[in-house]
Design a protein around this ligand. Structure first.
Ligand SMILES: [Zn+2]
Length: 109
């Protein structure tokens, strides 16, 4: 399991992974990116979702947001976004490695 998690994180660098779900994600200083939180029901005028590339975590600045605390890694992020448990997220993200079966789930967003 630890290996699979490591593989998932290697395969899905947090910056590009979060960028595919987060509007306007841009580099903001060394090792950080900022964009619009994908967990808000309402839109905010200012970017409020941060990614720490070095630590591989992300979270929202807004204290009332469900994604505020604790910070998430790619697995937690994906699980929360899709309403999955972490285990389900690991299974789903891990599926991509098995190209022989070619049964990658296309998730609409
Ligand atoms: Zn938020």
């Amino acid at each position: 399991m630890a290996d699979l998690i490591k593989q998932i994180k290697a395969r899905h660098p947090i910056g590009s992974f979060v960028a595919s779900y987060t509007r306007g994600l841009k580099s903001s200083g060394k090792g950080f990116m900022i964009g619009f939180c994908p967990f808000h029901k309402h839109s905010y005028k200012r970017p409020n979702f941060w990614v720490n590339l070095e630590k591989g975590i992300c979270a929202c600045f807004v204290p009332t947001c469900e994604a505020h605390d604790p910070p998430m890694d790619v697995i937690n992020f994906y699980a929360r976004l899709k309403g999955l448990t972490n285990q389900e997220a690991i299974t789903e993200l891990g599926k991509d490695f098995d190209s022989s079966q070619n049964r990658r789930v296309i998730v609409g967003f």
